[in-house]
Design a protein around this ligand. Structure first.
Ligand code: ATP
Ligand code: CA
Ligand code: CA
Length: 423
């Protein structure tokens, strides 16, 4: 299956940033990966590795196209998360993110101002985050690691890396690498971002009819009479995992997160090609890859191996063309996770556990907003004009309880009194 995208050349505003991010990841990750695995220590949680890139290069960092600095935060912790808990193959990870130097950019940035980039194979997302979110992730990293360790089937965003690029004129860009909840091989026909809050949580229906890629919200879900159709076992497992995950989020005092729900209708299949035109391709020159490959000649480092594989796999004639090949088949890389085991998601089932026509792609996203002073103020002001308990910025305990109650209520037979009432 071939998707058409927009080509982003070296003159694109974000091309340099993109190039720097990927070069930094490639060097930093392969440096860490090249060492023999050892148990984590306390220091690993606060460690940061610095790299300085320039066009000349030195014995530590190979030459790059631009001057920039790169910081890798808690590399051993993220390596541990990736390999031991999220079950990523190290070479695969490097290859997906960096080999072809091609990523696509997701539409226009949201209201937070973050940018999203997909890896070439659609498996990973790079999200630029605010400095406050960055500091917050570092501050909860130990708790997050422990939660993931104790909850292998967690629905929380899977963070694979935390990095920073610093451009010559001093601009610092923080970003995380995380899982794309949506699969490369299936169109998502409907998307909902659910918070359990009803105030202002509606995407205009008339616009939604025209735009199948719109991200719908709580009130759209209620007005469309949607239900998560899961048989008793799956429902019990999902409820319990959501309970644990929301308890964790209450404990670390975050709010504003959502359950992202992607729905694929099996009968409808992939004929709508919904992802085409949403993808833009960052394309480097083939010579740049060839040059890198020559530099690393003879080396047996994971980086060099990944680059050689990339070189073999990239047909120079096709590289830089305005198409993306996405697979038709599940790669099966998520099969050990309960909620991601059916085609990368979870298949709907009826009360007697017979499969239904729908696949769900579920996860709890945007989990780095602490209930800070800013949000407290927003709570105060918004609370003056609307019901204090229904607006989205409420304190973490209330937010978490309301979130969990909503998710229980939208599961068929979930004991939430059936339908969620929109008062
Ligand atoms: P805001 O703070 O305004 O909500 P944000 O920039 O923090 O925005 P998110 O809420 O994290 O952005 O995500 C925005 C949208 O991007 C989501 O509603 C979803 O459609 C998509 N998205 C985010 N994370 C993922 C993911 N892991 N997998 C698939 N899609 C995602
Ligand atoms: Ca959000
Ligand atoms: Ca956010």
């Amino acid at each position: 299956r071939v998707l058409v995208g927009n080509l982003i050349g070296e003159d694109h505003v974000n091309y340099v940033l993109m190039y720097n991010m990927l070069t930094g990841i490639r060097i930093a990750v392969s440096r860490c990966q090249a060492k023999i695995k050892r148990p984590l220590t306390d220091e690993d949680f606060t460690a940061r590795h610095k790299f300085s890139f320039d066009i000349v290069g030195n014995e530590l960092t190979p030459s790059a196209k631009y001057d920039f600095k790169f910081k890798d935060y808690a590399p051993w912790v993220f390596r541990d998360l990736r390999e031991d808990y999220f079950q990523l193959d190290p070479a695969d990870y490097l290859l997906s993110l960096t080999a072809k130097y091609i990523l696509s950019e997701l539409g226009s940035p949201g209201k937070s101002g973050s940018f999203f980039y997909f890896s070439r194979d659609y498996r990973f997302i790079i999200k630029t985050i605010r400095h406050s979110e960055h500091k917050f992730l570092l501050s909860i990293l130990k708790d997050y690691h422990a939660h993931v360790k104790n909850n292998p089937h967690t629905l929380l965003s899977r963070f694979y890396g935390l990095h920073r690029v610093k451009l010559p004129r001093g601009r610092k860009i923080h970003f995380v690498i995380m899982n794309n909840l949506f699969p490369p091989h299936k169109d998502v026909h409907e998307t909902f971002d659910l918070k359990g809050s009803t105030v202002g949580r509606e995407y205009p229906e008339e616009k939604a009819q025209k735009n199948p890629r719109a991200v719908l919200k709580d009130l759209n879900w209620i007005n469309r009479d949607k239900m998560l159709e899961l048989g008793p076992e799956k429902r019990a497992l999902l409820t319990e995992q959501l309970r644990r995950d929301s308890e964790f989020l209450k404990k670390v005092r975050v709010m504003d997160y959502s359950l992202l729900v992607g729905i694929h209708h099996v009968q409808r299949g992939n004929r709508d090609n919904l992802r085409s035109n949403t993808l833009k391709v960052f394309s480097p020159s083939v010579p740049a890859i060839r040059r890198k490959n020559t530099q690393l000649k003879g080396s047996r480092s994971p980086e060099a191996i990944a680059m050689r594989r990339a070189m073999r796999e990239s047909d120079p004639k096709r590289l830089g063309a305005e198409t993306l090949d996405l697979p038709e088949e599940d790669t099966g890389d998520r099969q050990q996770f309960i909620f991601y085991q059916d085609e990368g998601g979870i298949q709907a089932t009826n009360e007697t556990n017979e499969p239904m026509d729908t696949l769900y792609y579920l996860g709890v996203i945007d989990i780095l907003t602490p209930y800070s002073g800013v949000k407290k103020m927003e709570h105060f002001w918004k609370g003056l004009s609307a019901d204090r308990h229904k607006i989205s910025p409420v304190p973490p305990n209330e937010y978490g309880d309301r979130f969990f109650a909503f998710m229980k209520a939208i599961m068929r037979g979930g004991g939430g009194g059936g339908r969620f009432k929109a008062e």
